[in-house]
Design a protein around this ligand. Sequence first.
Ligand code: LMR
Length: 393
Amino acid sequence: MLENLKEQAPDKIIELIGLYAADERADKLDLGVGVYKDAAGNTPVMRAVKAAEARLLAEQDSKKYVGLLGDLSYVDAIRDLVLGDAVPAERVCGAQEPGGTGAIRQLFELIRVANAGATVWISDPSWPNHEAILKALGMKIGKYRYFDAATCGVDFVGMKADLEAAQAGDVLLLHGCCHNPTGANITAAEWAEVTELALARGLMPMIDIAYQGFGDGLEADAAGVRLMAAKVPEMLIAASCSKNFGLYRDRVGAALIISKDAAGTALSKANIATLNRLNFSFPPDHGAKVVSIIMNDATLRADWAAELEEMRLNMLDLRQGLAEALRRETNSDRFDFIAEHRGMFSRLGLSPEQVMKLRADHAVYMVGDSRINVAGLPKDGLDKLAKAIASVI
Ligand code: LMR
């Protein structure tokens, strides 16, 4: 039977991890997968996470099942973190999911159950796994223009024009902040416009928010989502703690489902609980419990927020430094947009050939579409990278 299995094309982001590891050049630079690194190139466990884990180890007295929706104190904390007071709690059903990817997968399945014919509209480009999961589920995919290659900003006119083709009942997938892979984000005014567009066309908004706190700050990064959530009758949100709590391998995510009323919330709860049961039964507890401990302890929470802010400012600093180095090396303002982009990623607008040349000649690893993980840059690597880029363009 197993001979019937087909070869699988590797995920382009995950593939890079192996390629980079196999490269023996000492001065190699890993700007691939979205993992935060400090100035020393390490991805340390956050201070508040360490403290919460120690408390958990000391106090946990059972490993029995928690519940199909996971730890509800965690779920409430994520609801508040993402939505603030934009929506009354009785309209929000939350479920713990294995990572942001797990939340996305579960919400796509929920959409398929609710409206099998719905087209899910994703940005072009988007995080590649959006399209891959939708394809695996046999769901319809629509794409809207998003990135303006000329300005490396958002093509908002193109985005709106393409969404004219969306039908009532379709899903509009947006990145809550820190767009992956481009780093270009819609403004507050554009969030308001997209909200009106979704309302006018009867589209269900779905938000993937995996980088809250990495862009303009914890509150600012959720502002667009909250603005929209306050106005639409229904909305789906996939949140991740991989990056802002540094809990990558522990798989900590949440699905939030906003319904019209409390009856809708009960129905959503029953359905997402069933989907969890069908796919993995109970979500993994450890990381979610750690987040719950942090969010419900004023001291740990403040320390977590402070460390996250340090990380955010470090990324902004790197953006500024790289834009300046590229200005110097290329004698142009072509790459000034890097300082305007937000989050971990920027799409540089290089050709696949230039990306491969950077890899072959300079041991610089970025995704084939020229997405760099800004947080992968050591501060003393800015000049090297700028020189390498200048030499291939
Ligand atoms: C990324 O885009 O690099 C991260 O979200 C990690 C991943 O799973 O792709």
